[in-house]
Each structure stands twice: as structure tokens, then as C-alpha cells.
Design a protein around this ligand. Structure first.
Ligand code: ATP
Ligand code: MG
Length: 153
């Protein structure tokens, strides 16, 4: 379906803010006003809502979650950055496995399925997912998805 990615992400962030049960600051930024493209809205929703919910869940109340949308070489680039607990090196190889949870989650609840779903959706889109993380400092999840036919301004 043809739709505007910038508008979609803005609306998603607005919803996240309305449903927030914490004092997190959720920031959305993009250098574009509009990126219209063909994309599966449902799959994109699964990807972004899981990454945003993790960013909130694994970071201290009141901290900042940054969501940036950009576009390069025919790819949409989604970056979701938090100031949270980070992910230990030893858990990185199994990060996208179902039911795997990192050793530093403490009493934060979860089933370990979110990122497995994200990875499936990214693969279906023939996209990529990368993580930069530092223990006790934060994590940055970067997803790229090909924009088959698009217009941006
Ligand atoms: P759920 O199925 O409810 O999403 P979950 O959050 O535990 O449960 P995933 O979203 O799959 O599962 O994440 C897997 C694990 O990766 C988490 O348990 C956590 O250890 C780690 N993780 C994911 N995102 C982050 C993040 N932003 N910061 C720190 N650790 C994270
Ligand atoms: Mg999760």
C-alpha cells in the first residue's frame, strides 16, 4: 500500500506518548517532511512498536528515547536509541532467538519474543537490523527497509 512513512512514524510516536505509563521523553525526528512509498503497514508496525517498547522497558523512567527516520540509497533507515541498561556481549549472538533474554534483565518482565518477531518482519521485507549497545549506557537499533517505489521531499 502507498503511504507516507514520516506521517506514519509521527502518528505511531504520538500513540506511544499517549499510552505511556512512565515519564520517558519520546522524541521523533526526520530530515524529511514526507516519504511516500509502498510498504506493508502491519509488518512495519510490528517492527517499530516492538523496538519502541523495548527502548522504554529497558531504560530508566524519565530517560530519553530517540527515534530517527532517514532515507539513503533507496532504503528507509529507522533508528531507535535509548539510554538504558544495554546488552551484554555474551547475549548478542542469541539476541534474535525466540525466548532468549539477556542476563542483565533483572526483574524486568518479558517473554523474549519481540525481537524474534522483529527479525522475521525485517527478513520478509528484505531489510537489515543492526544493534550498537554499551552496557549501562544504552542501545541503538538500526533497521533498514528497501523502499520499492518512493517519493521524498
Ligand atoms: P517480549 O516478548 O515481551 O518483547 P522481551 O522484551 O524480553 O519480551 P525481546 O523484545 O525479544 O524480548 O528482547 C530480547 C531480549 O533482548 C530482552 O529480554 C533483553 O534482554 C534484550 N533487549 C532487547 N531490547 C533491549 C534494549 N533496548 N535494551 C536492553 N536490552 C534489550
Ligand atoms: Mg520486547
Amino acid at each position: 500500500l502507498l503511504f507516507d512513512l514520516v506521517k506514519y512514524c509521527r502518528q505511531l510516536v504520538e500513540e506511544v506518548r499517549l499510552n505511556l505509563k512512565s515519564q520517558h521523553l519520546v522524541n521523533f525526528s526526520s530530515q524529511y517532511q514526507s516519504i511516500s512509498c509502498y510498504m506493508d503497514e502491519k509488518l512495519l508496525g510490528h517492527i517499530l512498536s516492538n523496538l519502541l517498547s523495548n527502548a522504554l522497558k529497558y531504560s530508566p523512567d524519565g530517560s530519553l528515547v530517540n527515534f530517527n527516520l532517514s532515507c539513503q540509497e533507496g532504503q528507509a533507515v529507522f533508528e531507535i536509541q535509548d539510554q538504558g541498561i544495554g546488552i551484554p556481549e555474551e547475549d548478542m549472538p542469541r539476541l534474535f532467538e525466540s525466548f532468549h533474554r539477556a542476563r542483565n534483565v533483572g526483574n524486568i518482565l518479558g517473554t523474549g519474543l519481540g525481537l524474534a518477531i522483529v527479525k522475521k518482519c525485517v527478513d520478509i521485507h528484505q531489510g537489515t537490523i543492526n544493534v550498537n549497545t554499551l552496557l549501562g549506557v544504552g542501545s541503538n537499533f538500526i533497521v533498514t527497509l528497501p523502499l520499492k517505489k518512493y517519493n521524498m521531499r
